[in-house]
Design a protein around this ligand. Structure first.
Ligand code: ZN
Length: 674
């Protein structure tokens, strides 16, 4: 048995155990996303606890885990006779590696056999293996877009559908989706985020007592491993039994109308999208009631469910980390808790509340969205989500205390981001899938055919038939199929888009520090960052001011990190432009070693002025051959055109700062018209 999770000192472990238990109790809860920094043993804990899922009955010999009581009528291994015969096995825990191929995930049709023997040979993928079990994705935020789409389709329909050249297979694929991620490495697409029923935040414990307890366990284990394992095994057995009991109880758990309204009120107040949040919260509350041996959902169950089901759903801006204001949740629950939790008789409206709803205008039994509020405390609505406006207000506020920007270390504010023009690396790359520059990819538009280098994955049927056709007579064709030889096979050549490394080099010196200018610069960079997030780029940030240049953000997939650095970026001092270019060249050199297929795009945000250190021409030469864009920040009636000169030296595209927003919308309109 697994006795690993007793060895991790993790804050949020109880939440994680609860979230997994609720999923084990009711599959309708819909999976868990575990967010946490490195070194929190997220995967180990998930694996250990997923082992607690109840076993499943399956049709013997079926590779698609059909339930003998109700076999999938379309099962590729079917048809099966409905009946009791079958085998019992633990629910599957299937791990989807982030770099998996499409075939690995959905399964593959053997096109060679289809063409030469006329048989439909399907090799099931991980989705088939995960049916009625758990599909586990470690580092789910790093999953390729294409796999995410396939996963979303399967999760939404509960089936896996594979089609190649008009041969198709479909089978049931219902699974609990469990993912782990380190948010520092980039966020998840909202659609995928929404697919997880619950989220849990974990981090390594800094509490000496907790850490000591873990060390104590470890020592106990080392001293007497068998005894220790036996103790935990007993605990695990008790857990498995509790899950089984709760599962049996679920169908009988009642969700009173008052609790349902409470759920609706909480979801409305937290401004979540759609009704999915309400459904998940209701199912999780029912599971929680069953878990505690109750036959009716209480406010306590709603609270426990909402804490886990809402944090990731009220997210609007990719720069907002998920989270939930728990005091607001408590406040909302108190307001809508219109009968006493320990009242056994589904409390009529006449029952006097013995709790919180004190002297106010009586118990709130209007089914309102829970916003009205009896007494002094401030209204809960509007608490979540305030970013953009906040930024704008504060920038006004700053202007009030204006005293020119020369002083060192001022922090200019950022306004609301806008859409920017597409900046791409010329030529065709071979980097990871993304949405910026042209590249040869596995999943783009078909542009031609070629001989495969290994096994054919993506058959180009026409080209294959054309290659085989001239030889049919010579090969003595008699049967129904083509006579195919290996070297007839052709695969599709596809072109799509790749993600790039977008390295921002930003002048943060005094020459830019007239504060309005710096706000415009930061807003432009923030807009570009947002764009980079949507295009699946890596981003990095080099700034230069005062004595030299600094790598404010080493290349990362976390746009949040970039946005945070940018917001707090101080400005002022002299302008060591050359130092900025040298630093950029160094960052690119290291990154080229680390991630060679990812092509860089340098975005230099400057007015071209240099008032300190180093020869700009020589520094620019270090960047020869790098695809570059110069965002020209020069303004005012008299212009020196220094950025223009720098751009021509770098062979860079020049985009005036003030034209960025306009260019973005022009490009969009142009695309619409085409
Ligand atoms: Zn089957």
């Amino acid at each position: 048995m697994i006795v690993t999770y007793p060895f991790s000192a993790v804050v949020g472990l109880d939440d994680l155990k609860l979230a997994l238990a609720l999923n084990a109790v009711s599959p309708r809860v819909g999976g868990v996303l575990v967010r946490g920094e490195k070194g929190t043993a997220k995967s180990t804990i998930v694996r250990a606890l997923a082992a607690q899922l109840p076993s499943v009955d399956v049709v013997a010999g079926c590779r698609f885990a059909c339930d003998p009581a109700a076999p999938d009528p379309g099962c590729p291994d079917g048809p099966h006779e409905a009946g009791p015969a079958g085998a019992r096995r633990p629910a599957a825990l299937v791990e989807l590696p982030v770099g998996a191929s499409e075939d690995r995930l959905v399964g593959s049709l053997d096109m060679e056999r289809a063409l030469t023997e006329g048989v439909k040979a399907f090799e099931p993928g991980l989705l088939a293996a995960a049916h009625r079990g758990v599909l586990y994705v470690d580092e789910v935020n790093l999953l390729h877009d294409h796999l995410v789409d396939l996963l979303l389709d399967a999760a939404a329909l509960g089936t896996c559908y594979v089609e190649r050249e008009s041969v198709s297979v479909r089978h049931a694929a219902r699974f609990l989706l469990v993912g782990t991620m380190n948010p520092e490495e980039g966020e998840l697409r909202p659609q995928l985020l929404d697919r997880f029923g619950l989220t849990v935040e974990v981090r390594a414990s800094r509490d000496p007592d907790e850490r000591a307890e873990v060390v104590r366990r470890r020592l106990a284990f080392d001293a007497a491993p068998e005894e220790f394992a036996a103790r935990w095994a007993a605990e695990e057995a008790a857990l498995a039994e509790r899950i089984a009991r709760a599962r049996a109880r679920v169908p009988g758990v009642r969700l009173p109308d008052a609790r349902l309204r409470q759920i609706a009120a909480v979801c409305a107040a937290f401004e979540v999208d759609g009704l999915r949040a309400d459904l998940v919260t209701a199912n999780a509350a029912i599971a929680h009631a069953a878990w505690h041996g109750r036959d009716e959902v209480t406010t306590e169950d709603v609270r426990a469910a909402a804490r886990l089901s809402l944090p990731h759903r009220r997210r609007r801006d990719p720069f907002d980390a998920p989270g939930l204001d728990e005091s607001l949740l408590d406040e909302l629950l108190d307001q809508t808790d219109d009968d006493t939790p320990d009242d056994p008789t589904d409390g009529g409206p006449g029952v006097p509340p013995n709790g919180p709803p004190e002297d106010g205008p009586g118990p709130a039994d209007e089914p309102g969205p829970g916003r009205s509020n009896g007494d002094g405390s401030e209204p809960p609505a509007g608490k979540p989500r305030d970013n953009a406006q906040d930024g704008a207000n504060q920038s006004d506020h700053h202007q009030g205390s204006d005293n020119a920007g020369e002083s060192d270390g001022e922090v200019a504010m950022v306004a609301a981001p806008y859409r920017v023009p597409l900046l791409e690396v010329p030529g065709i790359g071979e980097g990871v899938a993304g949405r910026r520059s042209r590249s040869r990819t596995a999943h783009g538009r078909a542009t031609g055919s070629r001989r495969p280098s290994g096994r054919v994955r993506d058959l180009h049927l026409t080209a294959t038939v054309l290659a085989a056709a001239p030889h049919q007579a010579a090969r003595g064709r008699t049967g129904p199929g083509l006579v195919l030889r290996d070297d007839d096979l052709r695969e599709v050549v596809r072109e799509g888009r790749e993600g790039n490394l977008v390295l921002f080099v930003v002048d943060a010196s005094g020459s830019m520090a007239a504060r309005k200018r710096m706000t415009a610069v930061k807003t432009a960079v923030l807009s570009l960052l947002l764009d980079a997030y949507q295009r699946r780029d890596k981003v990095g940030l080099v700034t230069f001011r005062g004595a030299g240049a600094e790598t404010a953000l080493p290349p990362t997939s976390s746009v949040e990190a970039g946005a945070a650095r940018l917001r707090s970026l101080p400005t002022g001092g002299r302008t060591p432009l050359a130092a900025g270019l040298v630093r950029a060249a160094e960052v690119l050199r290291v990154e080229r070693l680390r991630d060679p297929a990812r092509r860089p795009l340098l975005v230099l945000v400057t007015d071209g002025r240099a008032t300190a250190g180093g020869d700009v021409d020589r520094a620019a030469a270090l960047l020869a051959g790098t695809a570059s864009v110069v965002v020209d920040c020069e303004s005012g009636p008299v212009r020196l055109g220094l950025a223009v000169r720098l751009a021509s030296r770098l062979r860079a595209r020049l985009v005036p700062l003030d034209a960025m927003a306009d260019l973005g919308s022009v490009v969009r309109d142009h695309r619409k018209a085409v």
